[in-house]
Design a binder for this molecule. Structure first.
Ligand code: 13P
Length: 248
């Protein structure tokens, strides 16, 4: 059964107050069935919460793996909750690759996010070399399993997983709907191996736009999309949300 679709816009280190304002205007009358979450950089979270309609979710792009204390420059999950976030992206491939985040750290972040009452959006994905070596399922299921081992699979009833193949991020070459379906099904099988009651929502991310979202959403195990570049223009993002909402 298809779950309520989710569209999350990850601004990465882009945007500013003017994008917050134009996004709030563009989404003011959004009434689609898809859940929509906007994830601006930390400094804009509070004003985004003030300006966005209450029905639009707010997410952060990162979080500390610690609860509080002497960790200069870090941001705790409880602070994100106070700023009005409902979601936190963790384990994005840019953080894994550029900031050397380990599976263990990502598992700690996952636990911190849930302890603050927020929903982690756990990103997994293979590189092109890993895909070409036939290791896609092993890599993505391994990234999932590392968190399952730390927090237990039942925790995934309050989490979202995003499959973001590294080779598809920012390249304009999205995974085919069939590839996305295959990997999403593998992730769900892996999660269900231990407990079959997990209603896991798996998003696809990597060069999603208003033109390709529909075909991806037609796949039975694609429950939504995590959008980078195409979430940086407010009207285009609203159109994408409408496409996804119209796919159910
Ligand atoms: P693009 O949509 O720009 O390819 O980025 C995807 C992504 O990394 C979202 O988290």
């Amino acid at each position: 059964m298809k779950r309520t679709p989710l569209v999350a816009g990850n601004w990465k280190m882009n945007g500013g107050q003017s994008l917050v304002a134009s996004m709030a205007t563009a989404l003011a009358e959004y009434q689609g069935v898809a859940d929509v979450v906007v994830c601006p950089p930390f400094p804009y979270l509070a004003s985004a919460r003030e300006q966005l309609p209450a029905a639009i979710g707010l997410g952060a792009q990162n979080v500390s793996d610690q609860a509080e204390g002497a960790f200069t420059g870090e941001v705790a999950a409880s602070m994100l909750a106070e700023a009005g976030c409902g979601y936190v992206i963790i384990g994005h491939s840019e953080r894994r690759a550029l900031y050397a985040e380990s599976d263990a750290q990502i598992a700690d972040k996952f636990a911190q996010v849930q302890a603050a009452g927020l929903i982690p959006v756990l990103c997994v994905g293979e590189t092109l070399a890993e895909r070409e070596a036939g290791n896609t399922d092993a890599v993505v299921c391994g990234q999932l399993q590392a968190v399952v081992d730390a927090v237990g699979v039942a925790a995934f009833a309050r989490a979202v997983v995003a499959y973001e193949p590294v080779w598809a991020i920012g390249t304009g070459e999205e995974a085919s709907p069939e590839i996305a379906q295959e990997v999403h099904a593998a992730l769900k099988r892996a999660a269900r191996k231990e407990i079959d009651t997990v209603a896991l929502r798996v998003l696809y991310g990597g060069s999603v736009n208003a033109d390709n979202a529909n075909a991806l959403m037609r796949m039975p195990d694609v429950d939504g999309v995590l959008v980078g570049g195409a979430s940086l223009e407010a009207l285009g993002f609203r159109q994408l949300c409408a496409q996804v909402a119209g796919s159910v």
